[in-house]
Design a protein around this ligand. Structure first.
Ligand SMILES: Nc1nc2c(ncn2[C@@H]2O[C@H](COP(=O)(O)OP(=O)(O)OP(=O)(O)O)[C@@H](O)[C@H]2O)c(=O)[nH]1
Ligand SMILES: [Mg+2]
Length: 258
């Protein structure tokens, strides 16, 4: 159960995320339910209320603050006739557009695949068929299994790639020797990269959007004759999809080692 204050904080954050992804928010809805509806997440009355508004104002995107199942996405898209996105999808989308290095790109793709895997049953699109460009009939059990295998293989491959990148990074870290290490850690958009730039006179990308930084940057800084390694990292957010946390672990490892 989320308190009202918490819900508002989450929605503030969600609005900023939407803004970062290029969408402007025009209306918020909340609903108190003993538990989410397994089919449509929200109740029937609320769904009708939103559908009316969406049609009236010609809204083209509805974002949910909690994770939806594949089935819920489908039913909501049918009912509201617009694209439905949940918090995880939105964050993954932002991360995908921000990823610069091979490591960040692989981490994001891994998180996307892990998010997709349990949702294949509910989704109507079929990977193999998509590839072949044939129709949009609902997939049979056998086809879902094929899709699962494709996604699982991809996950295994991405994990291997990440391990390889991580080994290379470890070698790099060893070469840096036993210098004092300092890491800038905190909520996204608080000014970590700006501070990094000031201290190290470097030009790490900083802007008033969430997740401007995805890749850890390490710079050597000398402050009052004391040399140390300063690293700037991916920022935190209140409700981060756990697959993302999982796949960004090695990035954050950099911080733990400090
Ligand atoms: N007013 C004010 N704005 C600041 C200050 N430091 C940074 N900013 C602004 O805050 C915004 C975010 O700064 P970043 O340095 O990108 O923040 P970050 O913590 O690296 O953010 P992520 O990489 O997205 O996690 C930018 O628009 C900065 O110009 C400060 O001391 N005061
Ligand atoms: Mg930053």
């Amino acid at each position: 159960m989320q308190s009202e204050t918490q819900v508002n904080e989450y929605l503030e954050e969600l609005e900023f995320l939407a803004d970062t992804a290029g969408a402007s928010t025009v209306k918020r809805y909340t609903q108190k339910l003993p538990q989410p509806d397994s089919r449509t997440f929200i109740g029937k009355g609320k769904l009708e209320e939103i559908a009316e508004y969406v049609e009236l104002k010609e809204i083209d995107l509805v974002i949910f603050d909690d994770d939806l199942t594949g089935k819920q996405v489908n039913l909501l898209e049918t009912a509201l006739k617009v694209k439905i996105v949940d918090r995880s999808t939105l964050i993954l989308d932002i991360f995908a557009s921000r990823a610069q290095t091979a490591q960040a790109k692989t981490q994001v793709e891994l998180a996307q695949m892990q998010y997709l895997l349990p949702r294949l049953r509910g989704l109507w699109t079929h990977l193999e068929r998509q590839r072949g460009g044939i129709g949009m009939r609902g997939p049979g059990e056998k086809e879902i299994e094929t899709d699962r295998r494709i996604v699982r293989d991809k996950i295994a491959l991405l994990k291997k790639d990440l391990e390889k990148i991580e080994r290379q990074n470890q070698t790099q870290r060893k070469n840096r020797g036993a210098m004092v290490r300092v890491a800038l850690v905190g909520y996204t958009n608080v000014g970590k990269s700006t501070l990094m730039n000031l201290l190290s006179k470097s030009e790490v990308f900083a802007e008033n959007k969430l997740f401007a930084t995805l890749d850890t940057t390490v710079r050597k800084v000398v402050w009052e004759a004391m040399p140390f390694l300063l690293s700037d990292t991916v920022g935190f957010i209140r409700k981060l999809p756990h697959h993302l946390v999982e796949s960004f672990k090695s990035t954050l490892d950099e911080v733990r080692r400090k």
